[in-house]
Design a protein around this ligand. Structure first.
Ligand code: AHR
Length: 648
């Protein structure tokens, strides 16, 4: 691949008459059915980074609804007489609440919530407001609840009467008369007296699959449209935590949302140049919701658990790691999680799952222990988990880590260790350059077929400025042909990270960008989608001169059979700036006409990207095709990715 295209060459690329075009003969043997492709092959990895959960996928619109951030009034603009209290709280694990007193001050008394870089509401849509409240003085008081603009002008108003000195839940529905991207929520005490308010929440009624405490419909739908086979959660580095105290503890993320203890998000302070003091985890989107989402997506759930080691990038001594003698509660957490997911309703944790609304098991099959770990301290700990899980739940597939890099000392040490421990899959992470992706397409050709399988758990092509762009997407498309060709050893793959709020991101590139009202799918997203929607069930050999296409003439290709639909699927990436002609001999295809479809992602501009305002600059284009007999002649455009589905 020649990068980037020189201007003169670029015009050549756009003018077909100037092409030098030998015809490459490729062959696919339709009857040489190879390894099965796992249904988990193409999935998604979700982490609460870039405001991916609170402020993103989790549909709650109020930031710091429980007043539990380090600064309990973060996200709130108080006016009049407002204080934070903790005495006889409504929720013991989220003890802070706001006390509002009004004595006819000119200013009034109340709170304005700024949301997550504003509160986005859509014209005509309904929003459920709720609050836990009690009066401190009078028998009954009134609060006013308003949607207001950025300039604080109200555009929807409702009132609620609060009565009684015991905590109670109050609700009211607001209807947005207009669309507002960066609205606010104002709550004001309008009768004299004192009132306590806790867990102030505003949720769109329209959530994904209409679930209560649900997910933003457009973002969750974008995940569904990827047709993911596996859903990895909740991280990533947030699993590890910078300290043991701030690690992700799944048990804190289940049960009533109001009493899930708030935790700081490590992406709050990770990068000095990107500090987000208002980034915390409410855990409103917790393990139960992740399991339900996996089910809604039709994807296998894949939780990642803390292995007793906090983030190793941040901790160079053992202070924030757990000694082997103290590791048992961490191992028990893993066993309890399996019981929470799969246990009968009569079991301790299965009962909690049932009480939360899901008596049926979640059919958990995969479990990762540790995220990016390295050194002998990792296998020492992992071994204890493996023994305990194998003993109690031998059916669970265990995933170990190969460290934070795609090769090198940690990687070379850990892979043999993972084989020694006989884990089922090894998680590999690679955020690498376009050149690395293209040269690495044969990475898995030489992997041991008898060891653990591969989970490419985090990967993304990073170009110079780390923007999403067509170049990165095309390199990923080319590299992924290597996943598919090696489906006997590569069983799971997930791009990372998944989501980013345009006004609150810490890391790029990311698969899906969003603001408070809309979603933007990157070219990288469309590559994932083209693979996910066209996964196939079995590998078919696709060769030129007997060899797979791994970059010869800038071409990368793979073929699959879909036994469910009786189609063959061809994926071909042309990373060159020239048009290329190929003649595909689909050996074994019967004579006569075969109908099919072509999905094409192409751009002459490698730097091109979609933006939140122009989300459709680069999108796949679908068309019908017809193959006569067993020969398919294709003129591949420069910088292109083709996916054919052809009926047998
Ligand atoms: O995907 C972003 C981060 O990259 C993940 O949290 C971590 O596992 C990796 O270092």
């Amino acid at each position: 691949m020649t990068l980037p295209a020189q201007p003169a060459e670029q015009s050549k690329a756009t003018d077909p008459s100037l092409q030098w075009d030998p015809v490459y003969q490729l062959k696919v043997d339709v009857n040489a059915i190879g390894s099965p492709i796992q249904s988990t092959m193409y999935g998604v990895f979700f982490e609460d980074i870039n405001f991916g959960a609170d402020g993103g996928l989790y549909a709650e619109l109020v930031k710091n609804r429980s007043f539990e951030f380090d600064n309990p009034l973060a996200g709130w603009l108080p006016f009049g007489n407002v204080s934070i209290q903790t005495k006889s709280p409504c929720f013991d694990r989220n003890p802070h609440y706001a006390r509002l007193s009004y004595d006819k001050q000119i200013t009034g008394t109340g709170l304005i919530n700024e949301g997550f870089r504003g509160i986005g509401v859509k014209e005509g849509e309904k929003y459920d407001f709720s609050v836990y409240a009690r009066t401190v003085t009078n028998a009954s008081l009134k609060i006013r609840v308003q949607l207001v603009g950025k300039d604080n002008s109200p555009f929807e108003t409702k009132e609620i009467e609060i009565s009684g000195k015991n905590w109670d839940k109050y609700t009211v529905t607001l209807t947005a008369p207009k669309t507002e991207m960066q609205g606010r929520l104002r709550v004001q005490l309008i009768t004299p007296g004192t009132v306590d308010l806790e867990h102030i929440s505003l949720f769109p009624q329209k959530t994904f699959n209409n679930r209560p405490n649900g997910l933003r419909a457009d973002l969750a739908q974008a995940l569904k449209d990827l047709k993911p086979g596996v859903f990895r959660f909740p991280g990533g580095c947030i699993v590890e935590g910078t300290t043991l105290e701030t690690r992700y503890q799944w048990k804190n993320t289940i049960g009533p949302v109001e009493n899930r203890p708030t935790n700081v998000n490590r992406w709050n302070y990770t990068f000095d140049h990107k500090v987000f003091p208002d980034y915390f985890q409410s855990y409103g989107l917790g393990f139960y919701e992740y399991f339900v989402l996996s089910e809604d997506l039709g994807a296998e759930p894949l939780p990642v658990l803390h292995c007793g080691l906090s983030c190793q990038f941040e901790n160079h001594d053992m202070c924030q790691h757990v000694s082997l003698k103290d590791l048992k509660p961490f191992v028990d957490d893993a066993l309890d999680l399996i019981e929470f997911a799969n246990g009968p309703v009569t079991s301790k944790w299965g009962k909690i799952r049932a009480e939360m609304g899901h008596p049926e098991p979640f059919h958990l099959k995969l479990l990762a222990i540790g995220n990016e770990q390295w050194g002998s301290i990792y296998p020492e700990r992992l071994e204890m988990f493996v023994k305990a899980i194998r003993e109690k739940y031998p059916e669970i597939l265990i995933i170990g880590s190969s460290g934070p890099g795609s090769e090198g000392e940690a990687f070379d040490y850990l892979w043999p260790e993972m084989k020694r421990l006989e884990v089922d899959l090894v998680d590999e992470h690679f955020y690498r350059s376009p050149e690395w992706f293209l040269h690495g397409v044969d990475r898995y050709d030489s992997y041991d077929r008898n060891g653990p399988k591969v989970f490419a758990g985090e990967y993304a092509c990073h170009t110079g400025n780390q923007d999403n762009n067509f170049l990165a997407a095309l390199c990923e498309a080319a590299f992924m042909t290597g996943f598919e060709r090696n489906a006997d050893v590569v069983h799971l793959t997930t791009y990372a990270p998944l989501f980013a709020h345009v006004d609150a991101w810490q890391w790029k590139p990311d698969l899906i960008w969003f603001d408070n009202l809309s979603v933007m799918k990157t070219p990288n997203y469309y590559v994932q989608q083209m693979y996910g929607q066209n996964a196939g069930t079995h590998v078919l050999p696709m060769v030129q001169d007997g060899k797979p296409l791994t970059g010869q003439h800038d071409l990368y290709a793979t073929a699959a059979l879909d036994k469910n639909t009786n189609e063959i699927i061809l994926k071909i990436a042309n990373t060159g700036m020239r048009q290329q002609r190929i003649q595909l001999n689909l050996s074994g295809l019967s004579s006569g006409k075969h109908v099919g479809t072509l999905t094409l992602l192409q751009s002459y501009d490698l730097n091109a990207n979609n933006t939140i305002n122009q989300p459709e600059c680069i999108t796949p284009v679908k068309s019908s095709v017809e193959v006569d007999g067993s020969e398919l002649n294709v003129q591949l455009l420069p910088f292109s990715f083709y996916v054919y589905r052809i009926a047998l």
